[in-house]
Design a protein around this ligand. Structure first.
Ligand code: PRP
Length: 187
């Protein structure tokens, strides 16, 4: 099979990579650590529900749960706020809800990135109202733009403010499948 370079892959969608921010190896090492930390935090519980916030978290969640060494269930929510834009519209809509009940369970909401924080701010009260035993957020990336009224319990990396794509993160639905995270050069 012919190997396509990341640069040419991104160029085919009309963009340029500014720099590789996290390599696949760096991500894997950190996700492995996070999986171990979550396993330790919930050791002895048998009600863990890992709730992936789609679409951005799909790769992170798939890797993370394979590093969690205790029983768990997986379900998903789909929220959307960015559409095809680079800046959040501020209006977060829940376009698909989980079928699993959260009541009385230990719930970990998995996010790919906390940017403005709007998505989580909108979703957490709604999930809390469902009566989970506990509700925590696990985010791979956090931009730390402002002080938030809540903070994720687990964060993979405090990331730069650049527009990041890859490992689930997109620009106009492109680049989610890159195995690493890059920043895009300005147009
Ligand atoms: C992105 C990303 C996070 C959210 C973070 O989702 O996946 O869920 O924005 O931004 P915020 O902290 O400013 O709210 P998006 O709404 O673009 O949908 P996607 O997951 O399908 O890419």
């Amino acid at each position: 099979m012919k190997v396509t370079s990341p640069d040419s892959l991104v160029a085919r969608a009309g963009h340029r990579i500014d720099r590789v921010v996290y390599t696949a190896e760096q991500i894997d090492a950190r996700v492995r650590e996070m999986g171990a930390e979550i396993s330790e935090a919930y050791e002895g519980t048998d009600d863990l529900l890992v709730l992936g916030l789609l679409k951005g978290s799909f790769i992170f969640l798939a890797d993370l749960v394979r590093y969690i060494q205790i029983p768990l269930h997986v379900d998903f929510l789909v929220a959307s706020s960015y559409g095809n834009a680079k800046v959040s519209s501020g209006k977060v809509s829940l376009v698909y809800d989980a079928s699993a009940s959260l009541k009385g369970r230990s719930v970990v909401l998995v996010e790919d990135i906390v940017d403005s924080g709007n998505t989580i701010a909108r979703l957490l009260p709604e999930l809390e109202a469902r009566g989970p035993k506990s509700l925590e957020v696990c985010a791979l990336l956090h931009k730390r733009l402002t002080k938030l009224p809540w903070e994720p319990r687990w964060v993979g990396f405090d990331c730069p403010e650049d527009f990041l794509v890859g490992y689930g993160l997109d620009y106009s639905e492109n680049f989610r499948h890159l195995p690493f995270i890059v920043s895009l050069a300005e147009d």
